[in-house]
Every structure is written in C-alpha cells, then in structure tokens.
Write a protein that binds this ligand. Sequence first.
Ligand code: DGL
Length: 272
Amino acid sequence: MDQRPIGVFDSGLGGLTVVKELVKLLPHEDILYFGDTGRVPYGTRSPETISKYAQQDIAFLRRKDVKMVIAACGTVSAVLPKEVVKGFSFPYSGVVKPAAQAACAASASGKIGVIGTSATIKSGAYGKEIRSIRSDAIVIGNACPLFVPLVENGFIQPDNPVTRMVAQQYLKPILENGVDTLILGCTHYPLIKPIIGELVGEDVTLIDPGKEAARGAAVLLQSQGLLSGREQAGELHFYVSDSTQGFEQTASVFLHTDSVTGHIEQVDIDSL
Ligand code: DGL
C-alpha cells in the first residue's frame, strides 16, 4: 500500500478530464494535478520545447513525492521520446497507449480516426501505437488546432454554432474515409464530445483518452500494490503556473462538478 498522491499533469486544464475519471475509479486516492496554464498551449510548439516543458512538469510532480505520474496530455504523450520515458524510475503513463489499445479493441473494420493537436498528429504516435497492436489497421489523422482555444474559452455547449462549424470542417476527411472508431486524441476534446458524436454519427465509437488512461492507471497501481488502501475519500491538490483566478469555475466545467474543493496554488514557473 502507498499513501502518496497520484501525480497528473497537462499543459492546461484538459487533463482534468483524466482527473474526473480517476476520481470515479479510485475515490480513495489523493491526486495532485499540475496544469501549466502559464505556457498552454503545447500543441503548436516544437517537439524539443514540448519535451523540455514536460520534463520540468514531471520534475515538479516528483518533488511533491507522487507515487505515479500520468501525462494527461495527448501532446506530451505523443512527443516525449521513448528513451526519456524508459529512464523513469517511477510508474508513468501517457494517454496514447491506453487509447490506442481501446481503439483496436473497439474497431471492427480496422479503420481508425485520430484527432489531436498539430504536434500530436505530426508525431504519428497514435498510428505507430495502433499498428504495433494491429498491423492491418488503417489510421486517418487530422489536426484540430482550433479545438483547444475553443474549449479553453468555453465554446463547449452542444449547440454552439462556432464549434459545430469548426468541427464539421475538421471531421470531414475522417468521415470521408469511413472510420468506425475515432480517438479523441487530446484531453480537451471530451468537453465537446456531444458535438463530435453527433457529427460522426452513432455508428462511430468515440475513444476518450482520459477514461482509458484512468483505467490503465488503476490496473497498474492495483497490480503493483500501490493503492492507498484508505477508506475515506481522497483529496485533490491543484497547482497551476498562471493565476488561480477563475480556476475553480473553469475546473468545475472540466470536472463536471458544481464546485471544486481542494487546495489550489500558483507555482512559480521558473522554479520548475
Ligand atoms: N490537453 C492537451 C492535449 O491533450 C492540450 C493541448 C495543448 O496544450 O495544445 O494534447
């Protein structure tokens, strides 16, 4: 048993969709979340910069003595080099592998769509992971750079005309290729799942990376005897690199709760 918190990070608040799933699955665990709100977005940056930021984020969580690190960010999971990950001396998970596994299991035709940030799609990481599980798979990816700013600015209502119009455009090439499964390859996208779901139709299975990563983390902690074993509810601790003003309100949208309880603190980016 291990009483230490689970560390989760993202470039901003999208990773809270992973926290939401973790709380559901592992209600007795403490979770420490870091959102690099001072440097979001990552998805438009170079692999070198994303990798540097991610390693700083991970070092921050490690200094807080977390028992596991989850990169709740499609971009970091896709870009952080395998050699860096191999060097970690602690349990680590991204979102690419668990989402790819779920997509391969869900797809009957093997035609799988992936949407994500520009850096994620450019990396080809989802495609590589999918083909390592299912060599006959055909993967169709499309970058959706406007989705993150739309979500961060609250354009998430299912009938929002702007987000619908943008989504229609982004999903066109995916639909033209007749996929039966679509990975929402960025942890911001579950917030606009109703819009995406309606546009692709109910015959297309949507894979939420947050759900899959949370499931994977639960299995890993259980198998390594690292669950807290506590009876009482776990606590949430939030750290952000920009002002905490407005955090509670935005975070409650991502977490699907009326209000956010827990410790909220701004950390100095230069000390990361
Ligand atoms: N939530 C991140 C991801 O999953 C967001 C993107 C960004 O910072 O551009 O890719």
